[in-house]
Design a protein around this ligand. Structure first.
Ligand code: TYM
Length: 335
């Protein structure tokens, strides 16, 4: 570990396959930032358990997520890409932090409210304390920066609050992390209803573009994207949410600003624009998909990376955990 590098931490739940929301909102930024920081990326399998999982599919999804991280450009020899559930310090610190988190704070979390409405038959305690486990993930690694999409900002804020509360009592145990939100793509909207966030679990098959969709499917979904009847490519998220969302996606791929995109499609119809967005996304994802399919077959390489990085993560996490346990007055183990 290089002493002078700041620490970056992030992760994703291991459910279904990723969407282009996950990719442009988070994963692509991780790849851009990974040289600059000392990075830890978790396969957040414990968080996924807050919703019922089919065990066989769940195990496969976790593996696929690991392969997608690597295929997207996170070299596991340079980045610590590991499984959250393989490092028990996460759940241990989460318990300590539970005792420093108020019910009222957790009650205000919009993700808890949304997920409770969606899974009314399974509003479990894990769903309620989800943000505390996330705080533990981040704080264990003395993290400086956490690149996430906009929907995770509230969880980042509660992480900071919990850390500050703990530090105020016990001294500087945790680094206070900052969120990193990308310039574009922080909130990719559904292609079927651009007032709703694009989500893995949308029932409408045309709403979500998955990272593993083939080129034809990607282009077809973009062609069907809901827009408006004005036929003018102009950035106006309130008045033209569909077109603005497609512009955001196009900007994520090409790096172009809204003004540049507006002038590129000046006088052209929505058909041309949607096709261009679909083709741009498909060609960005094609090499990631090819590498992903190759990696899934290379079991030995992936297993080796997981083992090595689980150990590395545990080493760093345990240092912070031991410090926090000592500070609150738990008796140290006799070795
Ligand atoms: P998850 O799996 O729900 O989301 C993973 C990442 O994808 C981003 N994201 C989006 N960004 C833009 N547009 C969208 N439509 C979109 N949908 C999802 C999310 O903001 C997120 O960055 N709770 C975390 C997982 C986690 C975590 C952590 C993250 C657990 N522990 C510690 C950072 C640090 C989550 O929402 O995952």
């Amino acid at each position: 570990m290089e002493d002078n590098k700041k620490i970056l931490y992030s992760g994703m739940q291991a459910t279904n396959t990723l969407t282009i929301g996950n990719y442009f909102g988070a994963l692509k930024n991780w790849v851009t930032l990974n040289e600059e920081y000392e990075c830890f990326f978790g396969v957040m399998d414990l968080h996924s358990l807050t919703v019922r999982q089919n065990p066989t599919e769940f195990r496969q999804n976790a593996r696929k997520l690991y392969a997608l991280y690597v295929a997207a450009g996170l070299d596991p020899k340079k980045n610590c890409v590991y499984y959250q559930s393989h490092v028990p310090a996460h759940t241990q610190l989460a318990w300590l932090l539970d005792c420093f988190t108020y019910m009222g704070e957790l009650n205000r979390m919009t993700q808890f409210k949304d997920k409770s409405a969606k899974h009314a038959d399974n509003i479990n305690a894990g769903l309620f304390t989800y943000p505390v486990l996330m705080a533990a993930d981040i704080l264990l690694y003395q993290t400086d920066v956490v690149p996430v999409g906009k929907d995770q900002m509230q969880h980042l804020e509660i992480t900071r609050d919990i850390a500050e509360r703990f530090n105020n009592i016990y001294g500087d145990v945790f680094k206070i992390p900052e969120a990193y939100i990308g310039k574009s793509g922080a909130k990719i909207m559904s292609l079927a209803d651009p007032t709703k966030k694009m989500s893995k679990s949308d029932e409408n098959v045309n709403a979500t573009v998955f990272l593993t969709d083939d080129s034809d499917t990607i282009i077809r979904k973009f062609k069907k994207a809901v827009t408006d009847s004005e036929a003018c490519v102009k950035y106006d998220p309130k008045g033209k949410p569909g077109i603005s969302n497609l512009m955001d996606v196009y900007s994520c791929v090409t790096g172009k600003t809204s003004a540049e995109i507006e002038s590129e499609f000046d006088g052209k119809g929505y058909g041309d624009f949607k096709l261009a967005v679909g083709e741009a996304v498909a060609s960005e994802l094609a090499p990631v998909q090819a590498e992903y399919n190759r990696l899934l077959k290379d079991k030995e390489y992936i297993n080796g990376c997981i083992k090595e990085n689980d150990e590395k993560a545990a080493y760093f996490a345990n240092k912070t955990l031991r410090k926090a346990m000592k500070k609150v007055g738990l008796t140290e183990m006799i070795r």
